[in-house]
Design a protein around this ligand. Structure first.
Ligand SMILES: [Zn+2]
Ligand SMILES: [Zn+2]
Length: 315
C-alpha cells in the first residue's frame, strides 16, 4: 500500500538501490509535519524532496524527525532536512551515536563482525565505506527514553516504546488512540524476501520487545521494509488485530528458533563465520526459507545476527 494510510498518516516509498530493497518512511500531518524515519542517504535530498512534493511539502516544512533507530537506511534524510529548515531531530539515547559519532558506532557495532567475517579485510577501508554510507554527523536535539510522550501537532501524541534488539536504541512510536505503532525495523519478522536472517543485535532483548508488544492493544504495525512472516506474505504494514498478532508471533517464533539453533553450534572463533552461520541456517525449520550464505546478495545481515548471538559479550 502506498499513499494515505489514515487521514493524517502517509507512506513515503523510497527505493534503496544498493540493497535492492524498498524503504518506507512515514509522514504524519497534524498542523505540524512529522517524518518517521527519513530513508537512505543515497539520492537524498532530491529523492526525498520528490516524495514530499506529492504531499505539497518541501524539505523545509518538516518540523519533527522521529528516528526509529540509527541504521543508515533510516537516517539518511536527516541531514538534508536539517539543512533546509529547522526540524527537531529525535532518536533513542542508545542509538544517538549513529547520528553524532560515526567512528564510535563503527567500532562498537560493525568492526567486530567485519573482522570476524573476513579477517583479511582492510578495516580502515571498511571504516571509510561505513563513514561515507552514514553521511554527515548531526546533533540530536532530543534523546528519547522509554515512555516519553511526544506532542507532534494539534492533537496527536506519540508514546516512545523502547524496543531494543534490532539495535539497542530501536523504538516504536505508539499512537494509542488509533492502536497504531511505527516500528521501523524493531520487529522484523523473518526479514525481507532475500532470505537473510532478521538483523538482530541482541536476541534476548529482541524477544522481550516482541512480548511487550503482544501485551499492548494494537491494530496496525507500520514498519519500513517488506518483512516476511511464516505464513504471511511480505509487507511493511500489518493491519487488523489478527494479522498484527500473527506477525508478532511469527517474529518471536523466528527469534526463538534462531536462539535454539545458535545454542547447538559450537561457535568456535577459529572457524570461519560464514561456516558457523551456515550451520545455524541448516538447523532452522526449512519452512522459514532462510538461505545459506553463498546464496545471499547481502550476507552481512545474517552474519551480523549470528556473530552477535554467538560471540557478543563473550570475549
Ligand atoms: Zn535497521
Ligand atoms: Zn532498515
Amino acid at each position: 500500500m502506498t499513499g494515505k494510510i489514515h487521514s493524517q498518516v502517509y507512506a513515503l516509498d523510497i527505493w534503496l538501490e544498493p540493497a535492492q530493497i524498498s524503504f518506507r518512511a512515514y509522514l504524519v500531518k497534524d498542523g505540524k509535519n512529522t517524518m518517521i524515519d527519513t530513508g537512505p542517504p543515497l539520492g537524498s535530498p532530491e529523492k526525498l524532496a520528490e516524495v514530499l512534493k506529492a504531499y505539497d511539502l518541501a524539505l523545509k516544512d518538516i518540523n519533527f524527525i522521529l528516528n526509529t533507530h540509527g541504521h543508515f537506511d533510516h537516517i539518511g534524510g536527516n541531514a538534508p532536512i536539517k539543512k533546509a529548515g529547522n526540524p527537531q531531530i529525535m532518536i533513542h539515547r542508545e542509538d544517538a551515536s549513529f547520528l553524532e559519532d560515526h567512528n564510535f558506532c563503527f567500532e562498537q557495532f560493525f568492526a567486530p563482525v567485519t573482522k570476524a567475517s573476513n579477517p583479511q579485510e582492510d578495516l580502515a577501508k571498511a571504516r571509510d565505506g561505513f563513514l561515507q554510507e552514514m553521511g554527515p554527523e548531526l546533533k540530536v536535539d532530543r534523546r528519547l527514553e522509554d515512555n516519553d510522550l511526544l506532542a507532534i501537532g494539534d492533537n496527536i501524541e506519540l508514546r516512545v516504546i523502547h524496543l531494543p534488539g534490532h539495535t539497542l536504541g530501536s523504538v516504536g512510536y505508539y499512537w494509542e488512540k488509533e492502536g497504531m505503532i511505527f516500528t521501523g525495523d524493531s520487529i522484523c519478522g523473518l526479514s525481507t524476501p532475500d532470505g537473510s536472517l532478521p538483523i538482530i543485535y541482541d536476541l534476548e532483548a529482541y524477544k522481550q520487545s516482541i512480548k511487550r508488544l503482544l501485551d499492548i492493544p494494537l491494530n496496525m504495525i507500520l514498519g519500513c521494509h517488506p518483512y516476511r512472516g511464516i505464513s504471511l506474505p511480505p509487507s511493511a504494514i500489518r493491519m487488523g488485530v489478527g494479522e498484527v498478532k500473527r506477525f508478532l508471533e511469527d517474529s518471536l517464533e523466528a527469534a526463538e528458533r534462531i536462539t535454539e539453533a545458535v545454542a547447538t553450534v559450537k561457535g568456535d572463533k577459529e572457524q570461519p563465520l560464514a561456516e558457523v552461520a551456515d550451520q545455524v541456517i541448516a538447523r532452522l525449520p526449512a519452512s522459514m526459507a532462510f538461505k545459506p550464505i553463498a546464496q545471499l546478495m547481502m550476507p552481512q545481515f545474517t552474519l551480523t545476527t549470528v556473530y552477535n548471538a554467538l560471540y557478543r559479550n563473550k570475549g
